[in-house]
Design a protein around this ligand. Structure first.
Ligand SMILES: *[C@@H]1O[C@H](CO)[C@@H](O)[C@H](O)[C@H]1NC(C)=O
Ligand SMILES: *[C@@H]1O[C@H](CO)[C@@H](O)[C@H](O)[C@H]1NC(C)=O
Ligand SMILES: *[C@@H]1O[C@H](CO)[C@@H](O)[C@H](O)[C@H]1NC(C)=O
Ligand SMILES: *[C@@H]1O[C@H](CO)[C@@H](O)[C@H](O)[C@H]1NC(C)=O
Ligand SMILES: *[C@@H]1O[C@H](CO)[C@@H](O)[C@H](O)[C@H]1NC(C)=O
Ligand SMILES: *[C@@H]1O[C@H](CO)[C@@H](O)[C@H](O)[C@H]1NC(C)=O
Ligand SMILES: *[C@@H]1O[C@H](CO)[C@@H](O)[C@H](O)[C@H]1NC(C)=O
Length: 372
């Protein structure tokens, strides 16, 4: 009976491979497909399972029907070759950030510019401090990393190296900073994670003007039973969005032929499971470069790879400006935050009881324009 199951499974696998033999996908996706086949045939022998996975995953071609359909919808062609390589070199490799015990399970991943030391300091001294000292309310082994590229005229290299030596929380990658290069920045950053930070389960991606209420984040990660390794969590644009061909967020037809983005999460802050980043990386190298990083990563790549996406109101997007102080106790992320406001919000979330928020003494419109 067992044998028969295995034979059926192997036949199914060969069928899958022959039918869908054009598009490369990563190892995790193989495992997913194979598990599926095994489940359907009720094969239950993990040693056989491992054999088959290791044989099959050296052949880089298998894709599910729904993935193929997604690719067809978005690009109307299939991709076998690396056309957008993301290999890179580091000016600051940050290789010790994640190697110190206790190994982290969460990585706070903040995009930062070389000149933005004030913003980095504000994060280090406020919500980012959970990466350095454990707090009663934050029980997750965490590291903070600022991901930087370089300016065309690099003038800060020694200053940045000194800052990095002092704080041990920076990675600088050798590409030129620009809005157009934001996807490149994300991808290089994820590659760094894959190389140097393999113990983690989740990445919390944030911008350096985003404030994270780490108390709520901890609740969400530890107590929400629905958080899982195959789901991106964030503030969702459920209907996706139009692909703009001009202006600040312009994307050409060559970069993305489809007229609309699939549903995606706002890039201001989202949770990305570690398990999906290799597949994202492998696929991104086989698609044309697309400069709108959040729509590309959590929309296009996600849809093709069949990764789930979950909306939560606790996250935010860059168009939300007005909050009442009480709202902060339930929010995980707010954005458009200047550094002074960062300190104020930190005081608000750590020094004030939830019940005090109606009469908050810290509430200060002068400092935080987000108080509506
Ligand atoms: C993907 O779907 C298209 C359109 O249905 C089909 O022509 C193509 O052969 C498929 N490619 C793969 C790799 O399955
Ligand atoms: C596989 O084996 C485990 C342990 O023997 C058992 O608990 C599980 O129910 C089995 N699964 C299937 C699908 O037979
Ligand atoms: C699982 O498969 C391997 C390889 O075919 C075999 O050596 C082993 O005995 C099997 N284990 C069980 C529990 O059936
Ligand atoms: C923190 O983690 C430790 C060890 O896993 C556990 O015993 C403790 O209850 C946790 N505390 C909170 C507040 O979750
Ligand atoms: C993006 O980075 C690459 C690599 O450093 C650089 O050659 C290119 O000029 C940058 N693009 C823009 C638009 O800044
Ligand atoms: C978990 O997911 C289920 C099904 O989607 C939903 O009904 C439930 O409310 C969710 N629980 C939480 C705590 O979000
Ligand atoms: C935050 O609290 C600290 C210590 O209580 C205080 O010195 C600081 O002025 C406060 N900052 C803001 C912006 O409210």
């Amino acid at each position: 009976m067992k044998r028969k199951g295995i034979v059926v499974a192997v036949v199914c696998l060969s069928a899958l491979i022959t039918v869908f033999n054009a598009v490369y996908i990563g190892r995790n996706q193989f495992i997913h497909i194979i598990k599926d086949v095994f489940n359907r045939n009720m094969v239950n022998n993990s040693s056989n399972f491992r054999d088959i996975v290791s044989t099959i995953s050296t052949k880089k071609f298998a894709i599910t029907k729904s993935m193929n359909e997604s690719i067809m919808k978005l690009y109307a062609r299939s991709f076998d070759n690396v056309i957008t390589p993301y290999s890179s070199k580091y000016m600051i490799d940050g290789k010790n950030i994640c190697s110190v015990s206790p190994l982290p399970s969460l990585l706070i991943f903040v995009l930062s510019l070389p000149k933005a030391k004030e913003e980095r300091q504000a994060i280090r001294q406020t919500w980012g401090s959970v990466a350095k000292q454990s707090q009663a309310f934050f029980n997750i082994s965490t590291r903070l990393v600022f991901v930087l590229g370089r300016m065309a005229e690099e003038t800060l290299s020694q200053v940045l190296k000194d800052e990095s030596t002092e704080y041990q929380d920076m990675v600088q990658i050798d590409f030129i900073e620009s809005r157009y290069n934001l996807t490149r920045k994300m991808m290089h950053g994820l590659m760094w994670v894959k190389t140097y930070c393999q113990s983690i389960n989740y990445i919390l991606k944030a911008d350096d003007d985003t404030f994270i209420n780490v108390i709520r984040l901890s609740d969400y990660l530890l107590r929400d039973s629905n958080i899982s390794h195959d789901t991106i969590h964030g503030f969702l644009y459920r209907k996706g969005g139009q692909v703009l061909r001009y202006g600040k967020y312009a994307v050409s037809k060559e970069e993305l032929p489809s007229d609309r983005y699939p549903p995606y999460a706002s890039g201001t802050a989202y949770i990305l499971p570690y398990d999906v980043i290799s597949d994202m990386f492998d696929l991104a190298e086989r698609l044309p470069y697309c400069p709108v990083d959040d729509a590309f990563l959590t929309g296009v790549l996600r849809v093709i790879l069949d990764i789930k996406l979950k909306h939560t109101d606790y996250f935010t997007d860059m168009f939300q400006y007005h909050y009442k102080p009480c709202k902060f106790h339930s929010q995980i992320a707010v954005t458009n935050i200047n550094t002074k406001c960062m300190y104020l919000l930190w005081n608000l979330t750590t020094h004030e009881k939830e019940t005090d928020c109606e009469q908050s003494k810290l509430y200060d419109k002068q400092i935080c324009s987000i108080f509506g």
